[in-house]
Write a protein that binds this ligand. Structure first.
Ligand SMILES: Nc1nc2c(ncn2[C@@H]2O[C@H](COP(=O)(O)OP(=O)(O)O)[C@@H](O)[C@H]2O)c(=O)[nH]1
Ligand SMILES: [Mg+2]
Length: 341
């Protein structure tokens, strides 16, 4: 029988959702989901929030950095509350590792919600011009107002905000280029807050605001672990690797087959997949037993560096389900299947 593509897609989503949920439920039963080890206790969160709020007073706009592979899961749950009515734009970083088509759809989604978004790669410097142009444009009403009130014309001021490992330092370094190195090299100059000029129309605070992710949601935590945003041992390194292989097997079997030169049918379970990867890569200990730790490293390193293909793990929400003013809808983690087609 020839099933319509849409139908197949939704069956796939349901199966992946239930499988991941099942494994997570099992993990809970054995009490392995140790979220507090992420070191974001209420005290840390309060402190991080306070630091961001202090710096917010100094800027016209914020650039919220998210991971293009997980545009929903890499968001901070309290961002709107923290930045209040400060104009914001979203930069989807690491777009070099994400599914291009999905990145386009995410950008269109954000724009439809009234938030400007740009795809960037802070390592290679892609998208920097567009980002700077978007930032200047977003800030213009504020800088213009200043002038109309009799103030001196000045460059727009921005700051970078995002969860750990999303690429804040890389972006700041990339945008700063030579300007930053110069100021840092002067002896006696404290590394306190500094402004970095990016062209003549934009100044950037050189210290990013660090926010925490939505790790209280277990599927979100898992995706953060897959992408390396949070320590992969927060759950159980082996399980994270096995789940990642399960997800890839479900959505990109051909990539696993090709990358690991697999001749026979792919095994069903995560454990068997991990063992197979280990065997294919010669991660063996005495007696031909697979060194699972080495196999895990292969999986994580190759996935995170894009060698297993460009993958987006968060689905673009159905706009009907996510009207403006309800940002939480964009974080539906269970939608993951759609992102990985
Ligand atoms: N492939 C890729 N890697 C990136 C990109 N931006 C940052 N990274 C890497 O992500 C890791 C974390 O980056 P970092 O700037 O330290 O993140 P921060 O914690 O937000 O400051 C580093 O290994 C960076 O090289 C990007 O656009 N593409
Ligand atoms: Mg950093």
């Amino acid at each position: 029988m020839n099933m319509p593509a849409d139908y197949k897609q939704s069956v796939l989503e349901i199966s992946i959702k239930s499988r991941v949920r099942e494994v997570i439920e099992n993990m809970n039963r054995y009490d392995k989901m140790d979220i507090p080890s992420l070191q974001w206790f209420p005290g840390h969160m309060k402190k991080a929030q306070r630091l961001v709020e202090e710096n917010l007073k100094l800027v016209d706009i914020v650039i919220e950095l998210r991971d293009a592979r997980i545009p929903a899961s890499s968001a901070n749950p309290m961002l709107a509350e923290i930045i209040k009515d400060k104009p914001r734009l979203i930069a989807l970083n690491k777009s070099d590792l994400a599914d291009r088509e999905q990145t386009k759809r995410w950008i269109a989604y954000f724009q439809a919600q009234g938030v400007r978004a740009v795809a960037i790669d802070s390592v290679k410097g892609r998208g920097m011009k567009q980002l700077v142009a978007a930032a200047c444009e977003l800030a213009r009403p504020w800088t213009d107002k200043l002038v109309s009130k009799g103030g001196r014309p000045r460059a727009a001021r921005c700051m970078i905000l995002g969860i750990p490992n999303v690429g804040k330092s890389s972006l700041i370094n990339r945008l700063a280029g030579a300007a930053r190195t110069k100021t840092e090299n002067r002896p006696g100059v404290t590394r306190a807050k500094q402004w970095i000029s990016i062209g003549k129309n934009l100044d950037m605070l050189d210290m990013p605001g660090i926010l925490w992710p939505k790790f209280e949601d277990q599927l979100v935590a898992l995706k953060l672990a897959f992408t390396g945003a949070i320590n992969d041992d927060i759950i159980d390194r082996e399980q994270v690797a096995e789940l990642l292989l399960t997800v890839l097997r479900e959505h990109y079997p051909e990539r696993l087959i090709e990358r690991f030169k697999i001749k026979d049918e792919l095994p069903e379970s995560g454990v068997e997949l991990l063992e197979l990867v280990g065997r294919k890569r010669g991660c063996l200990v005495k007696g031909g037993v697979v060194d699972l730790e080495k196999a895990q490293n292969v999986v994580f390193n190759e996935f995170r560096s894009g060698k297993l293909g460009l993958v987006t793990l968060d689905a673009v929400p159905d706009v009907k389900q996510a009207p403006e003013g309800q940002p939480s809808a964009e974080g539906q983690p269970a939608e993951s299947g759609k992102g990985v087609e």
